[in-house]
Design a protein around this ligand. Structure first.
Ligand SMILES: Nc1ncnc2c1ncn2[C@@H]1O[C@H](COP(=O)(O)OP(=O)(O)OP(=O)(O)O)[C@@H](O)[C@H]1O
Ligand SMILES: [Mg+2]
Length: 234
């Protein structure tokens, strides 16, 4: 796929989303125009129900807008086939969820290895990459543990490692610290910040948390499905 070197990592053009629940229409996003450049560290904030998760899901090709389009590296997502879209997601986007979403019967190593298996990376490369990222997130001694035998913070580190192991262009994190105490949450944020600075990975995360907002270099504020403020700190 041809990629433009100068295009933003993400651009949403007039993205709107209306959920249909039976006969009832539930508007969730209204005319969202958002551009995120490479290596940004941006937070989407706003009250419960303002559309944060919906927006992240649409940016991450997990859901489709009702109207409007998303451009990833200048490439229209609407113009892609289902197969191409899932390829883009597998290769370029890492996800971190509020509830970790690890596979309970797999060890930390195996959870982190999964995205590389999906990308059909050879075993030797997988071993190397998984070891390296687990060490980077501070889990050297927990490589063979299963999620249930780890703390919440350790599980979220596994999830961060899983999101980053394929060196995606962009990581989308939906309330990554919501299930962590503030100390552990701050550790996860510092880790994401380091990875953003070291690897130039673009991070877009949603949050309710003041502490998380302080970390973000850019705050995009949603209210009732609209962007009401968009500020980048000096
Ligand atoms: N699958 C769905 N079906 C119907 N309506 C939905 C669905 N998901 C979200 N909504 C509605 O869309 C709106 C935006 O929801 P969304 O989950 O994006 O908000 P949010 O900002 O992530 O909220 P929270 O902070 O509580 O996670 C809300 O009114 C919500 O009720
Ligand atoms: Mg949400």
């Amino acid at each position: 796929m041809e990629r433009s070197k100068t295009a933003p990592v993400v651009e949403t053009r007039s993205v709107s989303k209306v959920y249909q629940i039976g006969r009832v229409k539930q508007p969730a996003l209204d005319d969202i125009c958002l551009t995120v450049a490479s290596a940004e560290f941006a937070a989407i904030v706003g009250p419960s129900g303002s559309g944060k998760t919906t927006l992240l899901n649409i940016i991450g090709c997990l859901d489709e807008p009702t109207t409007g389009d998303v451009f990833l590296d200048g490439q229209s997502v609407a113009g892609l086939s289902q197969k191409e879209r899932s390829e883009v997601r597998k290769r370029n986007i890492g996800f971190i969820f509020q509830t970790f979403n690890l596979v309970p019967v797999l060890s930390a190593f195996e959870n982190v290895e999964l995205p590389l298996i999906l990308l059909k990376e050879p075993s030797v490369i997988r071993q190397e990459k998984v070891q390296e990222i687990l060490i980077k997130v501070g889990l050297k001694d927990y490589i063979h543990r299963r999620p249930n035998d780890m703390s919440g913070g350790q599980q979220q580190r596994v999830a961060v490692a899983r999101a980053l192991v394929k060196s995606p262009k962009m990581v989308l994190a939906d309330e990554p610290t919501a299930n962590l105490d503030s100390f552990t949450g701050e550790g996860i944020l510092k880790l994401m910040q380091d990875l953003n600075q070291d690897l130039g990975t673009t991070f877009i995360f949603s949050t309710h948390d003041r502490m998380v907002m302080d970390f973000a270099r850019r705050l995009v504020v949603l209210h009732d499905g609209r962007i009401v403020d968009d500020r980048t700190k000096e």
